[in-house]
Design a protein around this ligand. Structure first.
Ligand code: PLP
Length: 369
């Protein structure tokens, strides 16, 4: 059926002045996805795992796809129960979502709005400024230290009566530095209990530092902590979009009410359960990436680079104004990395061949010895 007063598509988007998004949504920063590159190039730009899903995951998916005419479990109850066992918490303390980014959005819009503030370190995960701006709240970005770590005392000092949440990313994307458990305990002690501490542990499995964060202990002690994990990184299921949050029962009950109904798709739930049953494969993959990362860092050091120990499945080179030049050189050599203009590049640890190419480029940009 044709309606009579259709405007042209161009004027509908550009010229329709009666329909407008909230001002906060008109100036959102844009999320830049890792460049997939041309066919035949390696993608070291999105912190994905280079391994295909395990046979167990593929078999579970093949089996489950016959049932996708049915809705999935509304709250991913089966998966939440397994995750609760894994973390030694109650199932009511776990909220599963469409990737942990969707949970960040859910949590922020549940707690912050116009006039509020959300504090986080910068540079950190580029989804944060977008998720904060979408709520109408203001981002308060506390600069990283010179070595790319969160400046926790400065973050505490940035908290005002308007602050609703403070976000902590460890290991931090994109600088790959990790905070210690004791640092976080001190931090949690100082953050007022009325301020939510949102801990993003997307890369926890890759952290080999001594005194690695023990979120379960923080959750048991501090009522205002929520921690976030994902199946996108260590479990290699980025394409299926499954993440989860753990927190106090009362908080999580409120979150569940505000969550998208059936927000995690059936195949994602099934694959995540299969990946948990096959934890040994995930552990072996993580161990392989860590070994490659350590070798990568040794090579960088031989080239003259001095970088803080990376604890994610990626390495950060603070190239400053040579960032774009490096990214272009890597692309020409067949490897996509993730540049942050004027700051540095993030290089995912991936296929050995790709890592070797990235190292060849790094050698050309190494600081003079
Ligand atoms: C990759 C990543 C996530 C996970 O995102 P998903 O939506 O679960 O894929 C969360 N936080 C950070 C810092 C990340 O880098």
């Amino acid at each position: 059926m044709q309606s009579v007063r259709n405007e042209s598509p161009a004027s509908q988007t550009a010229g329709n002045e009666s329909l407008q998004w909230r001002p906060a949504l008109q100036s959102l920063p844009q999320y830049v996805p890792g460049n997939p590159g041309r066919t035949g190039t390696f993608k070291l730009s999105s912190n994905e795992m280079p391994f295909p899903p395990s046979a167990g995951v593929i078999a579970a998916l093949a089996d489950a796809m016959h049932d996708v005419n049915r809705y999935p479990q509304m709250h991913s109850d089966g998966l939440a129960a397994q995750l609760a066992t894994l973390h030694g918490v109650d199932a009511e303390q776990v909220v599963v979502g469409n990737g942990s980014v969707a949970l960040i959005e859910l949590i922020l819009r549940s707690i912050a709005t116009d006039g509020d503030e959300v504090v986080y370190s910068w540079r950190s995960f580029e989804a944060y400024p977008i998720a904060v701006a979408a709520t109408g709240a203001r981002s308060v970005q506390v600069p990283n230290t010179a070595s790319g770590r969160h400046d926790l005392p400065a973050m505490v000092a940035a908290i005002t009566p308007a602050t609703k949440a403070v976000m902590v990313c460890t290991p931090n994307n994109p600088t790959s530095t990790a905070l210690t458990h004791s640092e976080l305990v001190e931090f949690c002690e100082q953050v007022p209990s009325s301020v939510l501490i949102l801990l993003d542990e997307a890369y926890w499995h890759f952290d080999t530092s001594q005194d690695r964060v023990r979120a379960e202990e923080l959750l048991a002690t501090y009522k205002n902590v929520i921690t976030l994990r994902t199946f996108s990184k260590a479990y290699g299921l980025a394409g299926l979009r499954v993440g989860y949050a753990i927190g106090r029962r009362r908080l999580m009950r409120q979150l569940q009410v505000a969550a998208t109904p059936f927000g995690t798709n059936a195949l994602g739930q099934i694959a995540a359960l299969a990946a948990l049953r096959d934890q040994a494969t995930a552990d072996a993959n993580v161990a392989a990436i860590i070994a490659k990362r350590e070798e990568f860092v040794r090579q960088l050091q031989t080239q003259g680079w001095q970088i803080p120990a990376p604890q994610g499945n990626f390495v950060w080179l603070a190239l400053g104004d040579r960032t774009q030049e490096f990214a272009a050189a890597a692309q020409d050599a067949g490897v996509m990395v993730r540049p942050f203009a004027g700051e540095g590049v993030r290089i995912t640890i991936g296929e050995s061949e790709a890592n070797a190419i990235a190292l060849e480029i790094a050698a050309k940009f190494a600081p003079p010895q």
